[in-house]
Design a protein around this ligand. Structure first.
Ligand code: FAD
Length: 394
């Protein structure tokens, strides 16, 4: 795919692909090192949460043959290449014999690193819900703490009818009750976000792919082209998501000092975040173009509840690792959307409602999602080089 890298990304974005590539090069080292710090590498989620979208498996097939068909003849491959193994989690907290970070410990472990008052405040605030995700995900007793750095997002073999049905349901959320012109921008943004997430996942699974003939992990150019590279719109949507998340980070920049980013814990962590946001620019995305007046407020409510459904659809994913990264990223986008659309810097009350209530898991999701996108963009550029080498016979 040859894209015009000097063209703007589309409505709301006064930035080009080339400019984002440049920003990404500047922040790459810091974001990688940030997500490997103790505060940012642990995520909490409930792998057992019930899927609420289809009862009695209605309309969806849960048997293994429906859930997995990316490689033909799985049964002939060794046990350690089976999708159940590839998609499973290296998990500290579900292992009862582990003393480090057990389920009971997990909250106190992270609380030691970071003040937990915001988590409680968010909980109390549930009747004025500005969240684009279900906050109960992090309050649930069955939730486990997982080390993201030990569970890279990569090829798992998850696919088939079931994964296809989940993607279909996600895209079907983009069906707003009103068809007025004002919904166009919202609809367009909603579509770009989910398509960008889908393309980012497709990039990761192509970049870190298991070759089942050699047993080697590495980039698969043909797979990348078939999933993402041959569709310029999908590539552009990954960059759009980068712009959305980057703008939300830019927007909380003035409050970073006030946030409980482990204030007493690690100045180095804070410095990395400051280095990252210092490279960002407000023109990357203009959120004020959306939801401008009272009429738009109801579109915004619709948008919020539809996006919340996308985050809940992750409970229907039958591959733990895919589900975990799906939760991280949908919560990350949900946090960005809350910052972009619910925070009005001129209004002290909205600042109280949004910034002062950001929880550690929202911050962890936000920065990890930014790293997922940053990694995707690096991979897209590497795939472009591989493609050029192939075409030029180098
Ligand atoms: P799918 O990717 O299932 O797509 C279905 C259809 O959607 C396609 O036929 C196409 O018409 C359309 N489509 C595809 N991409 C886009 C796009 N970017 N924008 C718009 N439309 C599009 N697999 C892994 O190996 N590792 C993972 O970590 C992983 N995580 C996942 C997380 C979630 C939440 C889900 C639902 C699936 C995940 N999968 C993962 C599976 C993966 O996304 C694919 O579903 C699977 O590889 C099968 O791909 P496919 O080519 O059949 O089409």
């Amino acid at each position: 795919c040859k894209m015009d890298k000097d063209e703007n990304l589309g409505p709301g974005c006064d930035v080009t692909i080339a400019e984002i590539n440049n920003i990404n090069k500047k922040i790459r080292k810091d974001i990688v090192s940030l997500v490997n710090t103790d505060f940012f590498k642990y995520f909490k989620f409930d792998p057992f949460k019930k899927c609420t979208f289809w009862e009695n498996n209605e309309g969806i097939c849960f048997s293994r043959s429906c859930a997995v068909d990316v490689v033909e003849d799985w049964d002939k491959l060794p046990e350690y290449w089976q999708p159940e193994v590839l998609g499973s989690l290296e998990n500290d907290s579900t292992n009862e014999t582990e003393t480090h970070h057990t389920a009971e410990d997990d909250a106190s472990f992270l609380n030691e690193l970071c003040n937990s008052k915001n988590d409680k405040m968010n909980q109390l605030e549930s009747n004025n819900d500005l969240n684009y995700y279900d906050i109960n995900d992090f309050l649930n007793e069955d939730a486990v703490l997982v080390d993201l750095s030990k569970n890279p997002e990569r090829f798992t073999g998850y696919g088939g009818q079931e994964a296809g049905q989940i993607w279909k349901s996600i895209y079907a959320e983009n069906c707003f009750s009103s068809d007025e012109a004002d919904t166009c921008l919202a609809k367009d943004a909603f579509y770009r976000i989910v398509s960008g997430l889908h393309a980012s996942i497709g990039t990761h699974l192509s970049n870190d792919h298991l070759d089942t003939t050699t047993g080697e992990w590495g980039p698969d150019l043909d797979l990348f082209m078939a999933r993402v590279g041959n569709f310029p719109e999908r590539v552009s949507n990954v960059y759009f998501n980068y712009a959305i998340v980057a703008k939300s980070l830019w927007k909380i920049k003035p409050y970073l000092k006030e946030l409980d980013f482990c204030n007493d814990y690690d100045n180095d962590v804070k410095q990395k975040i400051i280095n990252i946001v210092s490279q960002l620019d407000s023109k990357i995305f203009d959120e004020d173009l959306m939801f401008k007046d009272d009429y738009d407020a109801s579109i915004k409510d619709d948008f919020r509840s539809r996006f919340k459904n996308v985050t809940k659809l992750m409970d229907c994913v039958h591959c733990d690792r895919c589900k975990m990264w799906g939760k991280v990223q949908t919560t990350g986008y949900a946090t960005s959307l809350k910052i972009l659309f619910e925070l009005n810097e001129a209004d002290e009350e909205s600042k109280q409602q949004v910034v002062n209530r950001l929880t550690k898991f929202e911050l962890i999701s936000l920065l990890n999602t930014f790293n997922r996108l940053s990694t995707s963009i690096e991979s897209i550029n590497n795939f472009e080089t591989l493609y050029d080498e192939r075409v030029n016979g180098e």
